[in-house]
Design a protein around this ligand. Structure first.
Ligand SMILES: *[C@@H]1O[C@H](CO)[C@@H](O)[C@H](O)[C@H]1NC(C)=O
Length: 275
């Protein structure tokens, strides 16, 4: 059902695939395409632990039922594997200070510590988590109604700034400004206020991933490419055209990592190569 909701926002475009030789132009700089992993089914919810440079993501095991695995790729060594101790994780987030990964599953939240190498149940038995985000505290939305909560010291509360709003994706930027998406579109809102501003309407083909780079600037992807936000004019700008993008993250030196329906790639700028 979750995958179905995700696919509802998808237009599958059969078209040219980027081949590995090709160079990509982003903001007038040439980028090499490094393929990190192929043969995955729709890798989604990409996050990077900056201290270890390990990428975590969800991928689907078959495309009929909701059966998900949480995989990782060590971006330094390219080692790939599945996380032990967690099933049907659909969304993840990182506490970058403590190097803990929180994984939202169809049965609550699990926590993975890199050093222990196994995930353990953390909280919220029986709750189906749709989206999870960590900044100082845990924020999460639940499936299917997408209401939005915080979890602090064992206590669940509706997040007061977004009391009456459905939340699909959520991030907080480097200036304590929140961005969230729902079936209407992308909104920005100062933390501590309840006045949201519509950045762009996406009634169909919505945002599949909302994230920040290592400097806390906000980026997102839709099926047709990667975008950034412009807070000065409450609007969005397209950074890169791509086909069928599912997930987006940045590694610990701020390279773009994205996934499409079958693979995960990294874009590495070529020094002094304008385009
Ligand atoms: C999305 O959030 C905005 C701002 O809170 C709200 O006005 C709108 O009704 C929401 N859309 C949906 C489909 O819930």
């Amino acid at each position: 059902m979750k995958l179905f909701m995700l696919l509802l926002t998808a237009i599958v475009i059969q078209g040219e695939e980027i081949n590995d030789e090709e160079v990509i132009c982003i903001r007038n700089v040439q980028h090499d395409i490094e393929v990190l992993k192929t043969d995955l089914d729709r890798p989604y919810s990409l996050v990077v632990d900056y201290s270890t440079n390990v990428l975590y993501f969800t991928y689907s095991l078959n495309n009929i039922d909701d059966v998900f695995k949480t995989g990782y790729i060590n971006l330094n060594t390219k080692e790939f594997g599945d996380l032990e101790g967690v099933e049907n994780g659909f969304t993840q987030t990182i506490d970058q200070n403590k190097h803990e990964i929180y994984i939202g599953t169809n049965n609550g939240i699990y926590k993975y510590e890199h050093a222990k190498k196994t995930a353990e149940f953390y909280a919220l038995t029986g709750i189906d988590i749709w989206h999870i985000y960590f900044k100082d505290i845990i924020y999460y939305s639940i499936f299917p109604n997408q209401f939005f909560y915080t979890y602090i010291n064992g206590e669940v509360m509706k997040f007061k700034d977004l009391q009456d709003t459905k939340v699909d994706q959520f991030v907080i930027d480097n200036e304590d400004f929140m961005f969230f998406t729902n079936a209407t579109g992308l909104y920005g809102q100062r933390k501590g206020s309840d006045a949201s501003k519509l950045y762009n309407e996406y009634n169909t083909d919505g945002i599949r991933a909302l994230t920040t780079d290592i400097n806390g600037n906000v980026f997102f992807c839709r099926f047709d490419g990667i975008y950034t936000v412009d807070k000065a004019v409450s609007s969005v700008n397209k950074v890169l055209d791509l086909n069928d993008v599912y997930g987006l993250a940045f590694d610990n030196v701020n390279n773009i990592i994205y996934s499409d329906e079958s693979k995960i790639v990294r874009l590495i700028p070529k020094k002094d190569k304008a385009c």
